[in-house]
Design a protein around this ligand. Structure first.
Ligand code: TXA
Ligand code: MG
Length: 320
């Protein structure tokens, strides 16, 4: 992607736009974000308007690194610091008690803030030059598939987001792991590349899934990350039957497509599968089939995040 990598003047334009309260498309290693100044309530409001996202859904604040943590969070528990030291910059978001200075517009009025230091070099360059925090949800319209390439952001928003920095295809491909430290025990709200095992190896047992009384978090709504085409989950043998029966269904297979079946196959290795998942869903969605039938990966820890995204895609798919 060297030919399209942002130049110095692209970065300058990005900083000018951010300082003026505009939203830009920003590459991270997980997915592309729609980024704006987290300290500017109007800029944050622009993100919600562009995404069509309900105002009570909090946004993640992106920072350059651990040295900015105390500007946004207070009373950071020791286990949270251990995770930060191990995994930042990287695909890990922590929910922490917020500093009073963090605008309500970012946190949905909650007493907590989501913080992440992305590792992508373009995100790092922008954050370091900007100096402050950047609120950035995934750069897709509410409920739709997250973008993993610059052109996905352009397809999603067109002229409404005039500046998208091209950082190439995202190396992780699914959203960050979210760990909530505001309750009695740490809790994984959203699985991702950093697994429950990775986290428990450092800080001991953590809970999994949203607590019953947890704040609204759109990544934890059942229907999310969804194509417009109805998507069904299937075992391999069911995939073969579907592909035989009708060319109106497209298969999303693991490793190889069943003989003669139309569709796409993704890698058998979970990280490589995750990297390709959203682009594959977009591509299948664009073919206008009646149905996408996705082969469900095995119920193993290394597949947990992919299984989570496929289940949500199935729950939300087929809505206009
Ligand atoms: O990988 C990622 O995390 C990407 C890239 C761009 O960094 N961002 C992302 O943002 O996925 P978004 O807004 O699509 O998802 C953020 C999730 C949402 O489910 C949101 O509700 C939750 O984080 N969240 C943010 N702040 C929170 C808070 N204070 N309490 C609970 N959940 C929070
Ligand atoms: Mg999102």
């Amino acid at each position: 992607m060297a030919a399209t990598a942002p130049t110095r003047s692209d970065l300058k334009r990005a900083l000018t736009a951010l300082r003026a309260g505009q939203a830009i498309g920003l590459p991270t290693e997980t997915v592309y974000g729609l980024a704006a100044d987290a300290g500017n309530a109007e800029a944050v409001a622009r993100i919600f308007a562009l995404k069509g996202r309900p105002a009570d859904h909090p946004l993640i604040v992106h920072i350059a690194g651990i040295e900015q943590l105390s500007r946004f969070a207070r009373d950071v528990p020791e286990p949270a610091l251990r995770l930060v030291q191990a995994f930042w910059p990287g695909p890990l978001t922590l929910i922490l008690r917020r500093q009073p200075s963090v605008p309500d517009a970012v946190t949905g009025g909650q007493d907590s803030v989501g913080l992440r230091a992305p590792a992508h070099p373009v995100a790092q360059a922008v954050l370091r030059a900007f100096g402050g925090g950047l609120a950035a949800p995934s750069a897709n319209r509410f409920g739709r598939i997250s973008p993993t390439r610059a052109e996905h952001v352009c397809d999603e928003f067109g002229a409404a987001v005039p500046l998208v920095l091209d950082g190439g295809p995202c190396s992780v491909g699914i959203e960050s792991t979210i760990v909530d430290f505001t309750g009695a025990t740490p809790r994984i709200l959203r699985p991702g590349r950093i697994t429950q095992d990775d986290i428990e190896a450092l800080i001991g047992p953590v809970a999994m899934g949203a607590a019953a009384a947890s704040p609204r978090a759109s990544g934890t709504l059942e229907a999310h990350y969804a194509p417009r085409t109805p998507l069904r989950l299937a075992r391999r043998d069911q995939l073969e039957a579907t592909a035989d029966a009708s060319a109106l269904a497209l298969a999303l297979a693991i490793d190889t497509l069943p003989e003669g079946a139309p569709g796409l196959a993704l890698a058998i290795e979970p990280k490589a599968y995750a990297r390709g998942l959203y682009a594959a869903l977009r591509e299948l969605d664009a073919r206008g089939a009646e149905q996408i039938v996705a082969e469900m990966p095995p119920d193993l820890p290394e597949w947990q995040a992919v299984r989570d995204r496929l289940s949500r895609a199935a729950a939300g798919a087929g809505k206009p």
